[in-house]
Structure formats: structure tokens, C-alpha cells
Design a protein around this ligand. Sequence first.
Ligand code: BGC
Length: 957
Amino acid sequence: MNPANPLTLQAVIFDLDGVITDTAEFHYLAWKKVADEEGLPFDRAINEKLRGVSRRESLLIILDGRSLPEVTLQAMMTRKNAYYQQMLHQISPADLLPGVADLLDELDAAGIPYAIASASRNAAFVVQRLGIADRLGVLADGRSVDDPKPAPDLFRFAAAQLNVPPGGCLVVEDAAAGVQAGQTAGMMTLALGPADRFADLPAIANRRDSLENVTLADLRAMTAVDPQWVVTQPTFDPAAQHHMETVFTLGNGYFSTRGAFEEGYPGDKAITFAHGVFDDMPVSFTELVNMPDWLDTTIWVDGASFRLDQGQVLHFYRQMDLRQGILRRDVRWQAPSGAIVDLTFERFASYAAEHVGALRMLVTAVNQPCHIALHTGINGHVANEDLLHWRLLDQGADQNTAWLHSRTRKTGIEMGTAVAVTHSGGAYCLAQDCPGQPRLRLEQMLNAGQSLQADKLISYAASRDNEPDAPNVVARAQTYLQNQTYDGLRAAHVAAWRQVWQVSDVIIEGDPEAQLALRFNLFQLFAAAPQHDERVSIGAKTLSGYGYRGHVFWDTEIFILPFFSYTQPHIARNMLLYRYHTLAGARRKAARNGYAGAQYAWESAVTGDEVTPTWVPHFTDPTRLVRVWTGDIQIHISADVAYAIRQYWRITGDDAFMRDYGAEMILDTARFWGSRVEREEVDGRLAYTIRDVIGPDEYHDHVDNNSYTNYIARWHLQTALAVRDWLRQAYPDKAAALEQALDLTGDVYRHWQEVMDHLVFLRDEETAVIEQFEGFFQRRRLDPELFASAAQSLQVILGIEGANESQVLKQADVIMLLCLFRDQFDQRTWQANWDAYMPITDHKYGSSLGPSFHAWAACEMQRPDEAYEHFMLAARADLRNPRGNAGDGIHAASAGGVWQALVFGFAGLRQEQGTFTLKPQLPQHWQRIAFNFRYRGAEKRVDIRRDAGGKVIARID
Ligand code: BGC
């Protein structure tokens, strides 16, 4: 058994013709002779079309539509082959193509086995004439397998015979069909020949004109997994199961699937969520519903079901290629019968066809014949942990397709799930119609080296989709799969991701870990970013786990949205329109609380009504309940939404959005503030206060005059007046209608002005410290040692009340404020508050929302290396799981904050009087950062690098 290190090139599989030797030339000469004898035109240009094509096909191409009797065709093919075989006798070792002999010597010296895999029936003879027969690990030829390239069988056969996992093999091929076969086989590929020959293949990772001057070092370099784009898992550790399921989440903005295994594993959290598919639940009111499981697969090898906790796992490797959005797993597994199989699973949630997912499974018998039964379909028996949300309505299956019709119990959302399976020739496929779990059954007896391939396509159609003309969800789901193939979908999917990254990628040079982590965070935001639906938004855990039940928080507007506003404004627009469509819920909330206007829910789902649970079990003592106050009094969210709208408008210039939706949201939430503030006399002077709130720092509740809240509320009122002015001027009719509809009278505006003039803001003129809320600095000071030594959250250590009474922060609060309004605070204020709050913040175990903003703030303080520590804490929130809760789902706010830390912090991008400027702060080991953004339709490119002398050069084009 070879070492299971996936990053090592373990074997090379060469095609013969055109790679090792040029029998292609003999084919050409033999055809040329026949063609000349028959008076048919034939030259090298026509010959190009024969590459990788069967003998009969070749002849038909040469005949170019001329029709001849079958006997004549046969005679010509026989003659061609006779000429060809005569020519083969001339082959000698001198006919190895340039570079081949040296490369084989290098492979021998390094102990890397290699094989020839050629469809040619003359391969053995040719290899012998070339004098390399004894050096080959394996010779696989046209006799070895039934299905020719582009089926993967020949290469899988060679790998099995070499006893090397397919993922460790490099296929060297000169024909497009061969490269495709290598890709399907789950192998790395090197294409030889001119680029246009492979133009129809979507993703050619490596191409050379020939093997001339190609060394083993080159092969190693081209097969190494790109550590800046690929997340890898080289071994399976059951203890990290849930964490890794979160990490390997794939999604396309319509649905998203955690990285659970196709065949299941005890205790797994196999979840697929689709946007907007909520159903009622106790305590948290509503939750995203775990969708019918599209992975649903059982594989029996000689009657024993394949699972990682059974049989023997000889090799495991998983990777997610962020550039392509493709998840892949390789397992070599031994069944109790002694049969060893290589299994490759590759899947994606199509970024180009958002209702569709695709899964390719390959099972290869390695050491002995074995019986494979593969059952795959749709599992409708899914629950959210133990809560059932689906009623199963109907189902069906035939030879190659299956479908399920289900409906959520309380919200009545209908779901059609369809599946279509194609498979390699030998297997036969039968429908299996267990109630709630329609499946297809493939069975095949495999000889050693033989493969079973199943390509499974699935689709979801929901009644909540905006498809009024196609109310039958099952029929619609089936249409999504019509005329689709795995390879076709894959090509479109990869192309769609390429487009995404072209605009939204961010480059960090000098730090591969930071580079990968940053891309991972952005990737996970895209996995949940609604491309086409304006009635949904990204929840605090994206679509990747049960955490927060799919609810949307301020995380979206303040942390996540800027990335989209700056790079993919159509997605930001959808997410802001979600707030527009939930205004009715926000109005209900305000009214219920006795306020005017609209008050956004702290936790929001479909309708915008408040869905924060009121009570939850205590985190250390589940016999007690804890009252959750955020849904009642964490009110800054309404201004956070306004902030995001204003920012989107500034960056995109989308006046139509502001006119039709944005203004209404900003003005109606401003009305809320106008009624929420309290008019008081403080020290004999008029003051407006906002009492009994929770600010961003949730370790303290029921506080008065939280500075973040008061400041952003005042900004909100000011912005509302400015938007009103703009609307009146640009669209007077619209302004009049809106002011009337929202009852915005002169009195209301005068009141807002008075509030703005008198709203309490606790900045101490002498020290420049902004007190987080009234009396914060009277609370108990903690021993600094406690912050350094804590191995869990300080709220757990001190207790809820203990933290509440102390000067300890869960997350940035005043520091957030400074960042969001950075140019409104002078250096003295920055310094004073940095000194006041950073040492008393629970950086490691407090909120995951803190570190990204702390990184940004540290850049403002010109402390790039300190910023780096905070940045990496945020960037690693899911990949490394420092808080131990990544299994609950992606830390979406942190992911968005990471982008802001880089762009606003390290790059120092800011807009001053209409022009963008940079104030870079690069950590010492970073050589370069670069990213794009869009400003009012124009593409901008930022590139910041160190020159040879270490000086930082920043450009913005
Ligand atoms: C944080 C909030 C955040 C929520 C959802 C809480 O732990 O304190 O700021 O909105 O998680 O991510």
C-alpha cells in the first residue's frame, strides 16, 4: 500500500500514442496510403480530426459523406491496419518521443511507478518495440476494459493494478477524450498538445506541448494541491466530524449542503437548507427546514455496507476546491470479504443552475472480483435534529429517475425533489420505491480493476419559488434535469465560479494560510448569497447548520453586506430588498411595542416579525432557563439596516433602489427612533435618552444610553432628513406620496432635529473616552490576569450576572462605532478608546463578531502586526474552530468582517470627497494584497505591494 499522503504524486499513467511515441504518425501515414490509393483528399489538417477517434469513425471522416458499401469499408479498414502494423515493425527505442526517456529514468530513480493505458490493441507490441515493457508497472490496453475513453475505466483499471489510489495518479494524455477520461477517473491530468485541441474541456489544469524538457519536479509541481485555493482533509477524525461538515459546506445561494458523507456516519448532521424554506418550531418560533436528502446513498460491497466506521479504511482524503466549488472525497476501503474498493465521490451545488446539485460516484474493484450494489435516491425521512417538518405526499421512480413530493407541516411549503441517475454500461438500474425514500438500485459484479460509475443529478423546486406559471413542483423539478449531464453541468458550474472570483477574489501574498482562509470565508458567503431571490437574506450561520435556526441578524447588514455592495451589488440589492419585504413585520413589532414606524426584528425570518427566542436553557445548567432580552431591547439593528442601505447607495449610485425602497425603509425606521427616545431633563437641561437597551456588547443588558446605539440613532435621523431632501428634489411626486403615507409632517421632522441636537452621547471631553453606556466605568474591574488565562468565555466563568456587573466586553462596541464612523473621530479619541476597551475585551471566547473589527481598528491605530493576530482569529473561525462551535455552522459575520478588515483595515480604503484613497498597513510578512471593487458601475483595482526595499507601494486604478 502506498502512503496515503494525497499531496504526493504517487503514479503516472501515460497514454501511448502521441505521448510516449508517435504512432499517430504511423496512423497518419497508413491512412494517407489508403486515401491516396482511393483518390481521397487527406492531409494533416484532416488528420487532426482523427485524434482519439475509432478506426471506423476515422474512415468516415476521411470519406467526408461519401457513402460506400459496408464490405468496402471493412476492406479499407483492414488494409489500413495492415499498413499500420507493417510500420510498427520499424519502431525502436529511438522512437520514444523527446523527453520521454529522461522522464522515465527520473520516475524509476524516484521509485514512482508508471503505467501505459492505451486503447490500442497493438499497445503491447509497441511497448515491446520501444524497449520499455519491463519498466512498466502495468500495461492496460483495449482488452483490459469494456468501455473506452472518455469513460474512466481504463485509468481506474491501471490505478487499481498499480495499487495506487486514483487521486494519487497523474494521467498524461494528448487527446481531449483521454484528458476527460482522466478527470472523470478522479485523477490529475497533464494535457499534451496545442491549447485549441482542448478548447472544449472546461478546466485544463496543466498543459504542455510535449514531454520535452518536462521533469519529475514539473510533474510534482503541477500535481501539488494549491494550498491557497484548496481546503484539504487528509484523515478522518470522528471527533472533528461536525466541524468538518461545516467546513465542507457547498452552496449556490438557493440551497446549501453540509459536508456530511453520502453513505452517512453515526451522529452526522447531514443538512441541506434552502433559502426561505422555514417551518414553525417551539421556542425559536421558526427554523430553516432540513430538506429531503439528495445525497442519500448506500453502497454494498459483497453484501457489506460501506461506511467509515465499518470495514477497514485504508485511505481517506477529502478536498474542497474553492476556485471551482467542488467537493471531492477518495476512500480506499476493504470489505469484510477481503475485497478492496476505491471510491471517489465528487459533488457540487450548481452555481449556474441553482435548483440543481450533482454527485458523481465511482467504485473500482482493486484486488479481486466483488459484487457492488449501489442504492441512491432521495431520503424524505429527514428531521431537524428530532423535529419532523415534512409531510410526505407522493413519490415515484422508474429505471433512471425518482421523485418525491413533500410539504412542510405548518407553513405548507411544497417541495418537489427529482433525481436522475446515469451509470456505466454494465450496471443495471432498478427502481426501489420505499415509502418516503424513492431510490434507484444499481448492481454489478466487478472484476479486479473494473469500475462502476454513477452520475446523480438532483433538483429542488419549491412552491415559494417565484414561478407562478409552474405550480406543479415535481414537474418543475424534473424539467430542471432535462437534457442535463454531469459533465455539462460541471463545466457551466466551474465557469460560473470563475466569473465570481474574477470580480471578488482578494489576493494576499506572503501568507498562504491567510490567503486560503480569506478565500474560504468569501466562498462560504457566496454559498449562501441569494443570486436571484430578493425575499431572503444570509443568516448568522449561512445555510450551513442549525445554529440560530437560519435567522437573520445585524450580522448581515454590518458585517456581510459591505463585501457584496462593493463587489456583487446585485446580491447586496437582493439582501436589502429582503428588509424591504419584511417591513410589514418591522411595523408590527414597532406597533406592538407602542412605537411609531418600523422596528426591525433582532432575529428575522420570513415575515420580519421578531423570532428571537424569549427563553433558552442555561448554557451550563440546563435545568434553568435564561431570559433572552435581545429580541426586546437590542434595538440598534434598525439603524444598522439604514447604515447598510446608505452605504449600498453611496457605492452603487442605485438611485432607483433608494427611490423605490431605500427611502421608505430609512424614513419609517427613523420614525421608530423618534418615538423610542425619551425626553428628559438632565442637570436642568433638555436631553434625549435611550434607556433600557442592549448594545453590541451583549454581556451587558438593560443599560442606558449605549453609545453605539445613541450615536447610530442620531446618524440615522440625520440621514433620514438628507434622504428626504434628496427625494424631494429628485423625485418630488414620490417624496410627497411617501411623506403622506408615512405621516411625515413638519412636526415629526422638527422633533427629529431636536432629538439630534440633544441626544445623549457619553464622550468625556477631558479624556476623550466614550463610555460604553451610563455607569460602565463604575462596574467592577477585573484582574487583567483573568483575561489572559481564561480558557472559556468570561460569561461562563463569571456567570451572566457576574459579567453584567463587570467591565468585560463580549465584543467590540465603542470600537465598532469608531470603525463605522472612522473619520468622525479624531486620533485622540481613537487612542483613548483603544486603550480603554481593548484590554478588557474577551477576544478569544467572546463573540466571533469581535476579531475582524478589532483587526480593522488596529490598522487605524497603525498596529498592523497586532491587527494580524485579530485578523487570523477571525479568518480561522471556521477552518480552525478556535471557539469549538464551528459544528453549528459558518460564522458568517466573521467571514464578512474578514473582508472589511482587509479592505478598510489593511488596505485602508476610504472615500474622501468622491475619490478613493488608501492608507495601507501591511503586516511584516505580507508582500502584497490586491482586490477589486465596483464603484457606480466602474471596476476599480487596488494593488498594494512591497518593493525590493520593503517600501509599500499602493495603487488604485
Ligand atoms: C452576538 C451578536 C450576533 C449573534 C449572531 C451573538 O453571539 O453577540 O452580535 O448578532 O451572535 O451572530
